[in-house]
Design a protein around this ligand. Structure first.
Ligand code: RUB
Length: 325
């Protein structure tokens, strides 16, 4: 039985009360920690099966941000140790949850430091959606006395750009909100684009909020540098073995009012939440392990994941492995 507190976190991710790839990964770590703490009784095997079912629930909430399965797999890898009691297994899981949460904070901090190095005082920077990593770069530049001016897209249909506006303005950054459709018009004033990522594929393609690839096209047309701020836990080990990143399609009611939908029963609406920007459009990816060309994504995957998320562990979290637990 999955505890209510854990189901609530899963529901928060699904309903986008918690959103953005790194916040989702952190929430998953928090849910796994809660689940481990709330487990009562049973054998080590029962505990392992229970934790895997919690992991499955979390992974099923949203399909695109690869930080979610990466986080779950990292924590559940703790269960591969041989344990003589549930207490021991629980402690191993708790340790990994805490390690992951602290890694996420440190990675963002490092990206802020490395990314602020690509900005010059007075740069005009365009950003899209709400990315903790991208915002941290912009805020760090400001803190270092390299004030930039930012255009933040409102990011339809969920308006995450308003969160970006709030975060940047609270940090004292000069930020102007624009409708998504104004991107090409303002691009003539823009020096750099910085966005976040939900997934980075082995070939360096970046999956991010819908509209990102159009922004990349507009930037390319004007020769504007296009940076992606992405922690290595957003790199997809699944793409190494040829899996595609699933693009989430959300409800039509995010695009048009329910009343309009009811009044037009034949109305067709598409609401893809993410798109793919090809590596040719990306100047560099700002990661916590350095500024890398998108073509080096496979090397990062190899270095970070090697034969698995930690050395010696299987790469994929598969149903067969679950069964073996
Ligand atoms: C959020 C989004 C963000 C990335 C990176 O989409 O596309 O750009 O997740 O964010 P949604 P971060 O709002 O649909 O989750 O840098 O915070 O991980």
């Amino acid at each position: 039985m999955i505890p209510e507190s854990v189901a609530r976190v899963a529901d928060d991710i699904k309903a986008m009360r918690v959103r953005g790839a790194s916040r989702i990964a952190k929430a998953a770590a928090e849910a796994l920690l809660l689940a481990a703490r709330e487990y009562r009784g049973g054998s080590v095997e029962d505990f392992s099966r229970y934790m895997v079912s919690v992991g499955r629930l979390l992974v099923s909430t949203r399909p695109t941000a690869v930080s979610l399965p990466n986080a779950v797999r990292y924590v559940l890898a703790a269960l591969r140790g041989g344990f003589s009691s549930v207490e021991e297994a629980r402690a191993a899981v708790e340790k990994r949850c805490e390690q992951l949460a602290s890694y996420i904070d440190r990675a963002v901090e490092r990206i802020a430091e490395i990314g602020s190095g690509v900005l010059r005082s007075g740069d005009v920077v365009l950003t899209h959606c709400n990315s903790v990593a991208a915002v941290s770069v912009l805020v760090r530049a400001q803190q270092k006395g390299r004030a930039v001016r930012v255009y933040a897209t409102e990011t339809r249909p969920k308006f995450q750009g308003l969160v970006t506006y709030r975060m940047l303005s609270e940090a004292g950054v000069d930020v102007t909100l624009i409708p998504d459709s104004a991107v090409r018009s303002v691009m003539r004033e823009v020096d750099k684009v910085i966005v976040g990522a939900d997934a980075v594929a082995a070939n360096g393609a970046v999956v991010n909020k819908i509209g990102t690839s159009l922004i990349a096209l507009a930037a390319s047309e004007r020769g504007v540098d296009f940076y992606v701020a992405a922690e290595t836990y957003k790199f997809s080990p699944y793409t190494v073995v040829g899996e595609l990143v699933v693009i989430e399609e959300r409800s039509p009611s995010e695009v048009v009012e329910e009343s309009f939908i009811r009044a037009h029963p034949r109305l067709a609406v598409r609401n893809p939440s993410f798109d793919v920007t090809a590596p040719e459009y990306i100047t560099a990816i700002i990661t916590e392990v350095g500024l890398i060309p998108p073509t080096a994504a496979a090397i990062v995957l190899e270095e970070v994941y090697g034969s698995g998320p930690v050395s010696g562990e299987p790469l994929l979290w598969s149903p067969e492995e679950d069964a073996a637990l």
